[in-house]
Design a protein. Structure first.
Length: 228
């Protein structure tokens, strides 16, 4: 209640609604990032995880990529966007993914490595291939790990949106329509009422997503998608 009074003392309900809509825009970017990262990195991660020698070499490298400060690359990517007239509303997804996507790959590799080799051998002996192999072996084996990677990746993407939706190069500034850009803009001028509003709205989306989506997926992973 105190936080609401603090916000509304200087910010109207119209702006609260606007920040909610901005949150939906950023949420859409996070969802696109998650889907694209899953489609790209899950098959690659499974292939790596099923190859012990390759996974021993790749896993430390992926860990490094996940921990590398992706915002170090932002100026170079921003320059590329400016030179090629790429809309930051779409380019922001690329910036957000520079660090977040690797959590999907890392956890998928770990999940694939945890699938017992005798089960993999059995599916080969019985001629289980293609989608049937994914449905009966791979998805149950990696689903819990993918959920963990998804939570980490989306959390990282929400944080990254603050620096990915409002970027500059020289006298050029690119601003996407989103909650991250809103927080960055009001933080730059020290507007505490709007900072609290923006951060609070982001917490609303993140906590809501965790409770309504990720928690249920964890329950599914425990109840249905597990080996044995």
């Amino acid at each position: 209640i105190l936080a609401i009074n603090f916000i509304l003392s200087d910010v109207g309900l119209d702006e609260v609604l606007q920040t909610f809509l901005m949150g939906l825009a950023t949420f859409t970017r996070v969802v696109i990032l998650l889907i694209v990262s899953t489609l790209i990195w899950v098959p690659i991660g499974v292939a790596i995880g099923f190859n012990p020698r390759l996974s021993q070499f790749v896993q430390p490298f992926v860990t490094f990529l996940a921990s590398f400060p992706a915002n170090f690359l932002f100026p170079f990517v921003t320059l590329f966007f400016i030179q090629h007239n790429i809309d930051i509303n779409f380019g922001g997804i690329v910036l957000m993914s520079l660090g977040a996507q690797w959590y999907i790959l890392f956890n998928t590799i770990a999940g694939a490595m945890s699938i017992p080799s005798d089960l993999r051998e059995m599916t080969r002996n019985f001629g289980v291939k293609g989608w049937q192999r994914w449905r009966e072996l791979i998805i149950p084996g990696i689903f819990g790990a993918w959920v963990t990677g998804g939570i980490t990746a989306t959390g990282g993407a929400w944080n990254a949106s603050i620096v990915a939706e409002l970027v500059s190069w020289g006298d050029k500034t690119l601003e996407a329509y989103g909650l991250g850009a809103y927080i960055a803009r009001v933080t730059a001028v020290g507007d505490w009422h709007r900072i609290v509003l923006g951060v609070g709205m982001m917490c609303f989306f993140v906590v809501g997503l965790n409770r309504l989506f990720w928690r249920r997926l964890y329950e599914i992973a425990e109840r249905r998608f597990k080996l044995g």
